[in-house]
Design a protein around this ligand. Structure first.
Ligand SMILES: O=C(O)CCC(=O)C(=O)O
Ligand SMILES: [Fe+2]
Length: 303
């Protein structure tokens, strides 16, 4: 019998209406659980629906067609990563998922081109590009608003994360968990922490997300239309653990729902690659965001 994590939704409009109240609400939620549930986030329903429709169209393509969008040697940073590759750190079994990664579109000649490869797009689904980029931009904007509340909670200026995250190496993960068989184990995506600054989770039409709290797995309940935000390792490191990067996983559904796929669209908000993460608390060594990312991607077998 699983229990729900006790996380009350916070309206993101509070960031503009009463930043001190938003800072207190997000600060309390993140400190207790590493997670927040966010309503009024400004990501239009139609943007989410269009992205989900494009994902359904792409993932329904034959495997060999999908593998045509595989870019070797860049850790799955862009395009398609097939079923059976990503394996949570220290896990013995791979996750039951395939996904497509969308990065930030940079103007030609941008200095971050060395760190952030260009996007690729599936020729078979022409609407994919527009739908994915619209969702990327909407989640990027929502994430930057959440970080204003986080900054104030930490005693920093409201815009403290603006420059570190400007042209950040963020990634939108369009994720498909195919239906599972009756004899599948309990785990859809193994226990892990996210590498980045914060993650925004939207579009999960099937339940299954759980967080680890004092040794107990709790279901994360997100009312329809809300998004789930969690702290990643880069912000945990920056805050010396004040804001925890909470372990989470996705579990398989009860037998009656195993014939259903699960889609979700986590947005991993990153610092710009050359940002030096110099912790405000704690004694972790300074490290650039890009060096930290490379180290962590090797651990999850994406590099
Ligand atoms: O599918 C989900 O809801 C969570 C996915 C996740 O935690 C991740 O991809 O890092
Ligand atoms: Fe995650």
């Amino acid at each position: 019998m699983t229990r729900f994590a006790d996380i009350a939704p916070i309206p993101l409009t509070q960031v503009e209406e009463d930043l001190a109240a938003a800072a207190a609400a997000f600060g309390d939620s993140f400190r207790r659980t590493g997670f927040a549930v966010v309503s009024g986030h400004g990501v239009p329903d139609a943007v989410v629906a269009d992205a989900l429709a494009a994902m359904r169209a792409f993932f329904a393509l034959p495997e060999d067609v999908k593998r045509g969008a595989l870019v070797p040697g860049q850790g799955g940073a862009r395009g398609f990563t097939p079923f059976g590759v990503e394996t949570a750190k220290d896990a013995t079994h791979h996750d039951l998922k395939e996904f497509w990664h969308v990065g930030r579109e940079l103007p030609p000649g941008h200095p971050f081109e060395a760190f952030m490869p260009p996007n690729i797009w599936p020729a078979m689904v022409p609407e994919f590009r527009g739908a994915a980029l619209a969702l990327f931009d909407a989640l990027d904007a929502a994430g930057r608003r959440i970080l204003r509340a986080v900054a104030v909670h930490l005693g920093l200026a409201p815009d403290a994360f603006d420059d570190p995250c400007r042209d950040g190496n963020s990634v939108l993960r369009l994720l498909h968990y195919p239906p599972v068989s009756e004899d599948a184990g309990p785990i859809r995506a193994g226990a892990h922490e996210d590498i980045n600054v914060i993650t925004l989770l939207l579009g999960a039409d099937e339940a299954g997300l759980q967080l680890l709290s004092n040794g107990e797995w709790l279901d994360v309940e997100a009312p329809p239309g809300t998004l789930v935000c969690n702290i990643g390792d880069m912000l945990q490191r920056f805050t010396g653990g004040l804001l925890p990067s909470t372990t989470h996983r996705v579990v398989n559904p009860a037998p009656a729902r195993r014939h259903l796929p699960r889609y979700s669209t986590p947005f991993f908000l990153h610092y710009r690659p050359d940002y030096l993460i110099q912790p405000m608390h704690g004694d972790a060594a300074p490290i650039t965001a890009n060096d930290y990312l490379m180290q962590r991607l090797r651990e999850i077998k994406l590099l």
